[in-house]
Write a protein that binds this ligand. Structure first.
Ligand SMILES: NC(=O)c1ccc[n+]([C@@H]2O[C@H](COP(=O)([O-])OP(=O)(O)OC[C@H]3O[C@@H](n4cnc5c(N)ncnc54)[C@H](OP(=O)(O)O)[C@@H]3O)[C@@H](O)[C@H]2O)c1
Length: 331
């Protein structure tokens, strides 16, 4: 697997990363043994970047990764952890905590749950509106000096916050949604990360399965599945969005590849500074996702794909409105 250096200071990560969130309930029930087999399959295929958040299943996701990594070389994985999301016992969301004292607290629990003595990339999941980003990043930088964290990342923040953070310490990547149907970063955020030498680790590349070619209208999302309340999956929007998928399918079939592979290849081809993190939670999905590495897109393919799915063609926002309002990246 080809590797790329994130940011100017590393680490070196595989050209495709594995996002483990869906293995801990964010997309409905998942199978523990299959999840672990998927993580093993990814590592064995050369995928070293594993992404998690301490709030995914309230620690469940970190413990799962910890179990999967048992008996393996620690250096074989680049573990990216988001922190700061505050939860309640029924899975509700209560905002974000980016205070320096909270950073150290979150990190201590994360190290225990993962069973490791350092985190490769540590990042606040969202900007805490009550805490200057300088303070949050400064606290992570203290943990870098102490040896508990190797690199600092950001997540879903806008250009001004990226600049402020990068003035405090080296930032290796910004994790943010980027796909054929979520292209908001192209205007201000991507030029800023490029100017500052910060990579993008792109999530939602399949728009949570919507543009994977496997989602069908009428497939019900169970309680707790993000897609049950994601605007793009709701009646009135899903029909229009699936028309876009069918247009992509025509292009995919002409190239004898799958829709998901086209969607991933499109993001990956946007630059060496963009690494897609794919949310596979089964080995068959992982295999399909990794197959995207063999898809070569010609300038004509790019043109056809972007004609099939023009910028802003999606019906519905990428998050429900009340969530978008709190996202620094949307300001
Ligand atoms: N920084 C942030 O704010 C943030 C937010 C969200 C996610 N993330 C991270 O990014 C990772 C990926 O994001 P995402 O979950 O939105 O990912 P995604 O890759 O857009 O969607 C993943 C979903 O697509 C479906 N799918 C269909 N075919 C697939 C294939 N070949 N390979 C993979 N998935 C396929 C699967 O649903 P079924 O299994 O139901 O078919 C899967 O759960 C997450 O795991 C998490 O680590 C970060």
């Amino acid at each position: 697997m080809q590797t790329y250096r994130l940011g100017r200071t590393g680490p070196d990560v595989s050209a495709v990363g594995l996002g483990c969130m869906g293995m801990s309930g964010m997309y409905g029930p998942s199978d523990r043994a299959e999840s672990i087999a998927t993580i093993h399959g990814a590592l064995d295929a050369g995928v070293n970047l594993l992404d998690t958040g301490d709030f995914y299943g309230m620690g469940h996701n970190e413990m799962l990764i910890g179990e999967a990594l048992k008996g393996r070389k620690r250096e074989g994985a680049v573990i990216s952890v988001k922190f700061g999301g505050l939860r309640d016992p029924v899975g509700g969301w209560n905002g974000f905590d980016g205070r320096p004292v909270a950073v150290k607290n979150f990190l201590s629990y994360t190290l225990q749950r993962l069973g490791v003595d350092y985190i490769d990339i540590y990042r606040p999941a969202r900007l805490d509106p009550n805490v200057p980003i300088e303070d949050t990043v400064g606290a992570i930088a203290d943990m870098v000096k102490a040896g508990y964290v190797r690199h600092i990342g950001l997540s879903e923040v806008g250009a001004d916050t990226i600049r402020r953070a990068a003035a405090v310490a080296p930032i290796v990547d910004l994790q943010i949604e980027y796909s054929l149907i979520s292209r908001g970063i192209e205007e201000k955020i991507l030029p800023t990360t490029r100017e500052l030498g910060i990579s993008i680790t792109a999530y939602g590349v399949l728009s949570r399965g919507l543009i994977s070619g496997h989602w069908q209208k009428g497939r019900s999302a169970t309680a707790g599945d993000f897609r049950a309340y994601s605007p793009r999956f709701q009646e009135g929007n899903i029909e229009q969005n699936l028309v876009l998928v069918e247009k992509l399918r025509e292009i995919a079939e002409a190239k004898s590849v799958s829709v998901a592979q086209i969607a991933i290849a499109w993001v990956a081809a946007k630059g060496k500074d963009i690494v897609p993190i794919i949310g596979a939670r089964r080995r068959d999905r992982l295999t399909e996702a990794l197959g995207s590495r063999a898809v070569n897109l010609s300038p004509e393919d790019f043109e056809a794909i972007e004609r099939a799915v023009p910028k802003d063609a999606a019906a519905g926002g990428r998050y429900p409105e009340h969530m978008l309002q709190h996202m620094d990246s949307e300001k």
